[in-house]
Structure formats: C-alpha cells, structure tokens
Ligand binder design. Structure first.
Ligand code: ADP
Length: 279
C-alpha cells in the first residue's frame, strides 16, 4: 500500500471524482474553516491537507549560511485556493518546494496524510511527488517533440487514477489544440498545457510557482482562469506563488511572506473572477 495513502475526504464533492470529465463536475465551495493557522499539533483537522510547523531552511554555501525559512507554521485546507504573496527572496519558492517534496527542510515538520515529509525517505518523496502533487512553474517545461496530448499522456500513463488527457486539456480551454506541438503554441497556451499535465494525474495539491511570471497580463488572466476552473471543478487544493498583489483578489486566502516568515494570512470575503483582475 502507498505510504502516502489518500486521506478520506469527508464532505468533499471532489471525493471519488477521480476520472470525471469537466462537464460532469459541479462547482464546490472550499471547506476550510475561518481563521488560520488552525489546530494544535496532534489534533489534525480532516480538512487540513498540509500542516507545516516550525519549518526552517538553511542553505549552506561554504562558510555562508542563508536562512530561507525562519519557523513557518502553515495549514493548507482541502480545496482552497491560496495565493502566496511576498517580495523576491522572502522564501516563497523554498516553502513551496518543501511542501511539494522537491526540497527538504532543515528542521520542523510537514504533515501530509499522517506522514512527516521532512523525515521521509527519497523513495517516499518520489512517490509523493508522482501521485499526490502537481507542479506548474514559470517556464512550461513541455517536451518539444511531443504534442499537447502526448505531453499530458506522458504523466497520465504512470498515474494511478488519471483523467483522460483530452479531458484535462479541455478543462483548460485547449481541447481544440490537442495535436499541436509546443512550438506551435503561444506562451499562455503552453502554460495551459502545463496546467493540464499537472492536474491530469488528479493530484491532491497543485503547487504553482509564478505561473504567470513570463506572460503579459491578458494572457496571464487566461492562465489564471484555467487554474481557477481546475480548482473549482476538481476541488484540487491550489497554491499560487506571485509577487503580483492583484492576483490575491482571486484567492480564498492570501498568505503573505516576508523574510522567511509568514507575515499574515487573510481570507477574502469572496473570490474575484480572474477576468475582473487587471495589472
Ligand atoms: P522567493 O521565492 O520568495 O523569491 P526563495 O525561496 O527563492 O524566495 O529564496 C529565499 C532565500 O533563500 C533567498 O535569500 C535565496 O537567495 C535563498 N536561496 C534559495 N534557494 C537557494 C539555494 N538553492 N541555495 C542557496 N540559497 C538559496
């Protein structure tokens, strides 16, 4: 059995909806309770997907130490859309990489499905990344010799309960471009293929590091619409790193980082549609 078995998803409409097409889905509300950070260690709320406590990260480069995280406490709730905001160098990518099992913390803990990722073996982290997390980066990292459909299929072929590549591409508005190669697509279109690839394996969490960082605002908004739709229709917990404060308006919750710490966490009264954002 998987070391990182999926947790039960009580009350989550996304539960058991692992192979649906977008047309079969219904909008969902985030289940996260108001007020964060939430519960004490040891009494993990079933709506908490990740629980980070006292997380530190120190990069050592010879004699020099760079402290990237200085004791981060953060809970991420099932189905919520979180914007992680903060200036360059504040530790956003470091935190995201640790949550996604790409990097390991120096101390502290990250609880996911009753496992502490900080103490996980390399093999466990590989399994965690493969089956439970989708990543979207600033640069799309598509395989140039594969079509949009094949880029997505490369991931779904090794996934346990994937969506069909066509359904994932349809969900991000790329259903008409299945057989195009990356070089035949614009930057925004390539990013939407990258989002389709990330969501098609039905991850529990989608982690996005500056997904609109290389795009103009019009194209960026179309990409944000794709992320918003994936979050709403699939119920995938989504974290988006940005230094663009405007994007915070589309989130359920905005977490601000400064100097390796969580400087604040506010819940938006409502999510603004990306189409209403401009920068
Ligand atoms: P942000 O994503 O908010 O821009 P980062 O998490 O990338 O911030 O970086 C936080 C701090 O950690 C910065 O001072 C950065 O220079 C440092 N840092 C990040 N990654 C490394 C690394 N691999 N080696 C050394 N220092 C790093």
């Amino acid at each position: 059995m998987s070391a990182f078995a999926r947790q039960d998803r009580p009350g989550n409409p996304a539960h058991n909806r692992r192979t649906v097409s977008p047309s079969q889905t219904t909008p969902r509300k985030p289940l996260s309770p108001p007020g964060v950070p939430g519960n004490k260690l040891g009494s993990v709320d079933s709506n908490v997907v990740f629980r980070a406590r006292a997380l530190t990260k120190v990069y050592r480069m010879g004699e020099v130490e760079v402290i990237a995280l200085r004791g981060v406490d953060l809970d991420l709730y099932r189905g919520e859309f979180v914007v992680l905001l903060g200036p360059s160098g504040s530790g956003k990518s470091t935190l995201l990489n640790i949550l996604g099992g790409l990097d390991s913390a120096t101390s502290g803990e990250v609880i996911y499905a009753d496992h502490d990722l900080v103490r996980a073996t390399e093999r466990e982290l590989t399994e965690f990344r493969r089956h439970h997390v989708g990543f979207v980066f600033q640069f799309y990292n598509l395989i140039p010799s594969l079509t949009a459909r094949e880029n997505v299929a490369a991931v779904t072929e090794i996934a346990r309960a994937p969506m069909k590549p066509e359904a994932a591409l349809e969900l991000v508005g790329m259903g008409e471009r299945l057989d195009h190669f990356p070089a035949q697509l614009s930057g925004g279109e390539q990013q939407r293929v990258a989002i389709a690839r990330a969501i098609a394996k039905n991850p529990e969490v989608l982690l996005c590091d500056e997904p609109t960082g290389a795009l103009d605002s019009t194209t960026g908004i179309v990409v944000l619409e794709a992320l918003e739709r994936a979050n709403r229709e699939l119920g995938t917990t989504t974290v988006v790193i940005t230094h663009n404060v405007v994007i915070a308006g589309m989130a359920d919750r905005v977490v601000r980082m400064a100097d390796g710490r969580i400087a604040g966490s506010e819940r938006n009264r409502e999510r603004r549609p990306p189409s209403e954002l401009s920068w």
